[in-house]
Design a protein around this ligand. Structure first.
Ligand code: KIV
Length: 266
């Protein structure tokens, strides 16, 4: 199994890191069989599984339950629980309790927190207590109301400087990796080169140490969601739709079940 030390080694050796979100047991086991390095129980769960407009309503219990499901499906993978909005900001005590729960009851190996330099003291405490932390900079969806929309980050010198400072503060606090979301490639490259810990990009260009995509987006299940940064590796929405239409039509016509699907008395 991967660990935080091996992840740093991968960066040193120039080995790229593949991460994907997973929310349930079967998808986690497929991702593990595919050799994906890191599984993130993302709070994107709110959008793609629970049907919310954004990630803000996701609860600690939602992430805990889905972390448990992912762990049941992937006994060998490095699993990261994404800490939801207001699960770590209210007090350090509450944060330690909530993050600890993911390792203690969820079976996660680490947690991910959105935020920059302002959460560095918390990251230091968590890592001191044995809770590995992945940072998350750039577009941080939990702050969408504050940021004012899903816009590309790190475009100006000022923004770049702030992001570099935050990345360095997270590394100094003991974070083992940082997600860089929706950011100009030049800024993500500079951050990546400035850190010893790996950066995992989503919409942050080619020079990050690894990449992450959301399960539903990568597989083309999220109908009509085709942002520039995304590469879809399948068009499962259409495939699933066709299969379900065939099933419905077979039931209505009596073509299913057929002889091979039924049980008989002696
Ligand atoms: O919740 C999520 O899926 C994420 C990734 C986009 C990094 O935070």
């Amino acid at each position: 199994m991967l660990d935080v030390v091996k992840l740093k080694d991968m960066k040193k050796k120039g080995e790229k890191i593949a991460m994907i979100t997973a929310y349930d047991c079967i998808s986690a086991s497929i991702a593990e069989e595919a050799g994906i390095d890191l599984l993130l129980v993302g709070d994107s769960l709110g959008n793609v599984v629970l049907g919310y407009e954004n990630t803000l309503p996701v609860t600690v219990n939602d992430i805990l339950q889905h972390t448990q499901a992912v762990r049941r499906g992937s006994t060998k993978s490095f699993v990261i629980s994404d800490m939801p909005f207001l699960s770590f900001q209210v007090s350090e005590e509450k944060a330690i309790e909530n993050c600890g729960l993911m390792l203690k009851e969820g079976g996660a190996n680490a947690v991910k927190l959105e935020g920059g330099i302002e959460i560095a003291p918390l990251v230091k405490r968590l890592t001191t207590f044995g809770i590995p932390v992945m940072g998350h900079l750039g577009l941080t969806p939990q702050s969408i109301n504050q940021i004012g929309g899903y816009r590309v980050q790190g475009k100006t010198e000022d923004e770049k400087r702030t992001l570099l400072k935050s990345a360095s503060a997270l590394e100094d606090a003991g974070a083992f990796a940082v997600v860089l979301e929706l950011m100009v490639e030049e800024t993500a490259k500079e951050i990546t080169e400035s850190l010893m810990i790996p950066t995992i990009g989503i919409g942050a260009g080619r020079y990050c140490d690894g990449q992450v995509l959301v399960w539903h987006d990568l597989l083309g299940i999220n109908k009509g969601f085709r942002p520039k940064f995304l590469k879809t590796y399948e068009d499962l929405y259409d495939k699933i739709l066709t299969a379900l239409k065939r099933y419905s039509s077979d039931v209505k016509s009596g073509a299913f079940p057929e002889e091979s699907n039924v049980f008989h008395s002696k």
